[in-house]
Write a protein that binds this ligand. Structure first.
Ligand SMILES: [Zn+2]
Length: 68
């Protein structure tokens, strides 16, 4: 799976919310996001760091992780 991975500017946590098993779809989504086009994958998202803090997380890549 290719997981769309974000890193929070505030707390530094790296996380992913969605992914795809299709390499071409992963690349297409990354390109659209990088060009600022509307799509399922966005360049930034809000990260609820803990009970009080909300950070801004940047899309850092589509990371491949083999299925288990
Ligand atoms: Zn955070």
């Amino acid at each position: 799976m290719f997981y769309f991975t974000y890193k929070c500017r505030l707390c530094g946590e790296t996380f992913s919310k969605s992914g795809t098993s299709n390499e071409q779809a992963a690349m297409d989504a990354m390109i659209l996001a990088a060009l600022g086009r509307e799509g399922d994958v966005r360049m930034v998202r809000v990260h609820p760091c803990n009970a009080k803090d909300f950070g801004v997380a940047d899309l850092i890549g589509a990371k491949f992780t083999p299925d288990k």
